[in-house]
Write a protein that binds this ligand. Structure first.
Ligand SMILES: [Fe+2]
Ligand SMILES: [Fe+2]
Length: 166
């Protein structure tokens, strides 16, 4: 089984996109279907963000310093997605902003995934050999075992989120 880091992350991207399409296909009043789709999106994004933030991004920063700006931008994009995910996790389907917030989350993440896949992952592959990518992949598989599946709320953000959601 291949544990190439980029193959692994792209596979997760595929699952994330699939969950997005499920949400979009649910009818506007299908609250139950929408809620289920959003639960799945939250779970997939929480795990994916964890392994990228904990393993992939630090490894790239360390091994491919010329991609530093891309990694920093990615951390910021993850941060924006984290805020939306935390807010969504506190909402119910049918809430006035539930669909709008999910739509904005999807737009943001699609953009972010496209940048990873089209712009800088190919450069990572070029810079690192197959062996190094497999080593990073192995560490990701390990990290995934202890990855959170629901967003945590760091104290600093909790207040902001409450203010926006309430
Ligand atoms: Fe990412
Ligand atoms: Fe990603």
């Amino acid at each position: 089984m291949s544990t190439d880091a980029i193959v692994l992350l792209k596979d997760e991207h595929k699952q994330i996109r699939k969950a997005f399409r499920k949400f979009e296909k649910a009818g506007a009043n299908a609250h139950k279907t929408q809620g289920k789709a959003v639960d799945r999106i939250i779970e997939l994004l929480t795990v994916h963000t964890y392994i990228e933030n904990e393993i992939m991004y630090p490894a790239v920063r360390d091994l491919v310093p010329e991609l530093e700006d891309d990694v920093l931008e990615s951390y910021e994009e993850h941060h924006v997605a984290d805020v939306l995910v935390m807010e969504l996790a506190a909402m119910k389907p049918g809430d006035e902003r539930f669909v709008a917030k999910t739509t904005v989350l999807i737009e943001n993440v699609e953009h972010h995934i496209a940048e990873e896949e089209d712009e800088w992952f190919p450069q990572v592959r070029k810079a690192l050999g197959r062996k190094q990518l497999r080593e990073i992949g192995d560490r990701m598989v390990e990290a995934r075992k202890k990855a959170p599946t629901r967003p945590s709320e760091p104290g600093a953000l909790r207040k902001t989120v409450k203010a926006i959601v309430d």
